[in-house]
Design a protein around this ligand. Structure first.
Ligand SMILES: CC(C)(COP(=O)(O)OP(=O)(O)OC[C@H]1O[C@@H](n2cnc3c(N)ncnc32)[C@H](O)[C@@H]1OP(=O)(O)O)[C@@H](O)C(=O)NCCC(=O)NCCS
Length: 162
């Protein structure tokens, strides 16, 4: 378990699901599990591939990943409650999943996001580079942005802060 100030990150448990979905919903990023959207951006949050962040015992963030091949993974469902932004929760969540990807042998990390501050954060803090863009399948995250900025990280080059 890693800690910065009073934020801690741990693997997700099944009982965390409702709180995790509520945080994702705050950013219009909750997976769509029913048939209300034909081809949703995200349809599930896989407990065994997810982490949560807690601040003084309360869940404030979540992140997940999708494993596409033995060496390629995609980030998914990273969100921190608006009130807890800037506490380092997002940073610790991202570090936790990069470590887990590395442990699993992942070499390339694919990330899609639409917020300019988040794109900048991935590039500055983790060494991603912008490699392109991708149209959104439906309204997800920012309602007024219709495409994802695609970023890639060479995980073999990433320096674990520990
Ligand atoms: C991206 C995100 C997960 C980062 O989480 P976080 O806990 O704020 O992350 P950190 O505290 O590590 O750092 C955020 C940066 O914003 C700054 N910040 C401070 N207070 C802030 C606030 N109230 N609001 C926004 N940013 C703030 C931090 O100082 C930090 O800057 P730095 O990189 O120069 O140090 C979070 O902002 C978020 O949920 N954003 C909306 C959803 C999103 O874009 N998710 C990613 C999808 S790919």
């Amino acid at each position: 378990m890693q800690t910065v100030k009073s934020v801690s990150v741990r693997p997700m448990k099944a009982t965390d699901m409702a709180a995790a979905m509520a945080i994702l919903q705050e950013w219009n990023m909750a997976p769509v599990a029913d048939d209300s959207v034909a081809n949703p951006e995200r349809s599930e949050l896989v407990v065994d591939l997810s982490f949560v962040a807690e601040l003084e015992g309360e869940m404030v963030g979540v992140c997940s990943m999708i494993l596409h091949s033995p060496t390629l993974a995609e980030t998914a469902s990273l969100a921190v409650s608006p009130a807890a932004r800037g506490t380092g929760a997002g940073y610790l969540l991202q570090v936790a999943r990069l470590r887990e990807m590395r442990r699993r042998g992942i070499e390339t990390v694919h990330t899609e996001t639409d917020r300019p501050d988040t794109i900048d954060w991935y590039v500055r803090k983790f060494g991603y580079r912008v490699v392109g863009s991708n149209p959104k399948k439906h309204s997800f995250s920012l309602a007024d942005v219709d495409q994802w900025t695609v970023l890639q990280l060479d995980l073999r080059q990433w320096q674990d802060p520990d």
